[in-house]
Design a protein around this ligand. Structure first.
Ligand code: BES
Ligand code: MN
Ligand code: ZN
Length: 510
């Protein structure tokens, strides 16, 4: 169970808690605001520690002091002073790092609860409600872990059960309550996406993924359709069937329909790649790191998480959530390089590389989404190694046929802390996938791979406003790149959920 986030309308000196988190900027000679009040209650201890340079205030630095003085002066058992870095460098990301560092420390100290001020809302000059949402969200994300498959540790861990945002001003406190609720919903949706992506391929099969989507939908009154092989055949979704042909696990095509509370809302289609394991098929991948290809359904996981969030927050837009799920495996029945298939919209594709399977299943899924008349389509897919080479692990690639949609999504990425970066999608890339035997081929080699893949996908969106997000580099963290403390190490990130949450808020109002 994840922690509850509540708001306490008391002053920082009055709050009874095992751990009170306050903050300090790097380079400030003396504390201010809430931290000053704590310093005074502690008889100037924090000021002395700053003077002695035990407290410097670098981002994420944490100093714990125990309250051994008069409880009438300060009710908290302990104080954690978290560094916010330099004032002029403060942004939402710094707030996330600070809050996440403090939450992790509280967990490591086995304290069960913590209280915190809202970083950035004072001297930082960040809009208070956004700061509150950011603090709450980052704290919850930091406390996430996937340990279903591990034996309990000895000594046992003590989960944080409650996070309290301390705010004395009643009007602000009321707004923080709404922010805390939203943060809880977002964090739960990210946790769902992480769980699905992190789960091993022998557990998270296409059938399992569809079943989880169905359970999420049923518990929230979201309409859900799940198709198997028979329906895919009836519908002419031969591309999904082709990728599935090497696998003994049944494919699944899942359609989720969340309806806005009021009529007349815009409809956003979100489409996810749901390859529950990508071996490459006949164009087999090398063995090294192949285990990470259990995450090749992270796009689908983000779709399920986002639809849950839309329903829980009763967002004012219709969401059409779609994913196609299958394994990509080699076998005597597997699809082969050179094979040609007719997709859902009638276009034929030559498969010259069975490892470029993501675009193949997305052809049917996007074409189907387009027939449902959405006002915009966003797809999420761990699509290309080329995108990882281009952007590394700190930004998802974004390719679009609509500049306005793309720039709105980019702004949302900044606010949500899920950076996206545009890559080109022009006519030349379409030339690269001309086929001698079919309408298009699915691969043109590695060069410019992210753009070539997007060009392939563009054939299936029926010229609707569309953004393709290549999340190959951002869907999971690895041992060889530093990760912020609100992301799990060497595990699924749940990327896309926070971005889509922010996008849904803004796009539905635009
Ligand atoms: N799932 C992979 C892409 C991927 C690579 C995701 C690394 C996460 C990390 C995708 O199906 C794939 O294999 N793409 C090929 C395409 C190529 C054959 C044109 C690639 O990127 O090598
Ligand atoms: Mn592949
Ligand atoms: Zn793949």
């Amino acid at each position: 169970m994840s922690a509850a986030v509540n708001v306490a309308r008391v002053s920082v000196t009055e709050i009874q808690t095992p751990l009170l988190v306050v903050n300090i900027f790097q380079g400030m000679a003396s504390p201010s605001g809430a931290t000053l009040a704590i310093d005074q209650a502690l008889g100037g201890l924090l000021s002395r520690l700053i003077e002695q340079r035990e407290i410097v205030g670098t981002l994420g630095e944490i100093t714990i002091v125990h309250n051994q003085g008069d409880r009438a002066q300060l009710a908290a058992d302990r104080v954690a002073v978290v560094g916010l870095g330099k004032l002029e460098e403060l942004d939402l990301e710094a707030i996330r790092v600070a809050a996440a560092s403090a939450a992790r420390r509280a967990r490591d100290l086995r304290l069960g609860r913590l209280a915190t001020i809202v970083h950035g809302a004072g001297a930082g000059g960040i809009e208070p409600e956004l700061a509150a949402r950011t603090v709450a969200e980052a704290s919850l994300l930091a406390l996430y872990s996937y340990d279903e498959l591990k034996s309990p540790p000895d000594p046992p861990t003590v989960p944080i059960e409650e996070i309290i945002l301390v705010e004395r001003d009643p009007e602000r406190a009321a707004r923080f309550e709404a922010a805390a609720h939203a943060a809880g919903v977002v964090a739960a949706a990210v946790a769902l996406a992480r769980d699905l992506s992190q789960g091993p391929g022998n557990l998270v099969t296409p059938t399992y993924l569809a079943e989880q989507a169905r359970q999420m939908a049923e518990s929230r009154g979201v309409a859900c359709e799940v198709w198997g092989k028979a329906e895919l055949r009836d519908q002419g979704m031969n591309a999904i069937l082709a990728v599935n042909s090497g696998s003994s696990e049944e494919p699944r095509f899942v359609i989720l329909r969340y309806r806005a509370p009021a009529d007349g809302a815009k409809t956003l289609a979100v489409v996810g790649k749901g390859i529950t394991f990508d071996s490459g098929g006949i164009s087999l991948k090398p063995a090294e790191h192949m285990e990470n290809m259990k995450h090749d359904m992270s796009g689908a996981a983000a779709v399920v998480g986002f639809v849950q969030l839309a329903a829980d927050l009763k967002l004012p837009l219709n969401v059409l959530g779609i994913f196609a799920a299958t394994e990509n495996l080699p076998s005597g029945s597997a699809y082969k390089p050179g094979d040609v298939f007719r997709t859902y919209n009638g276009k034929t594709i030559e498969v010259n590389n069975s490892d470029a399977e993501g675009r193949v299943i997305l052809s049917d899924a996007l074409a189907y989404a387009a027939t449902q008349g959405p006002d915009a389509i966003v797809d999420l897919a761990t699509l290309t190694g080329a995108c990882v080479v281009a952007l590394g692990h700190h930004a998802s690639g974004a390719l679009s046929n609509d500049d306005r949609l793309l720039s709105l999504l980019r702004e949302c990425g900044e606010v949500a802390g899920e950076q996206i970066w545009p890559l080109p999608l022009s006519r030349e890339y379409h030339k690269d996938i001309e086929s001698t035997i079919a309408d298009i081929k699915n691969s043109a080699g590695r060069e410019g791979g992210a753009s070539v893949a997007a060009a392939f996908l563009e054939n299936f969106v029926d010229e609707r406003p569309w953004v393709h997000l290549d999340i190959a580099g951002t869907a999971y963290t690895t041992g060889w790149v530093r990760v912020p403390p609100y992301q799990p190490p060497c595990a699924a990130t749940g990327v896309g959920v926070r971005l889509l949450a922010e996008f849904a808020r803004r796009w539905s109002a635009a």
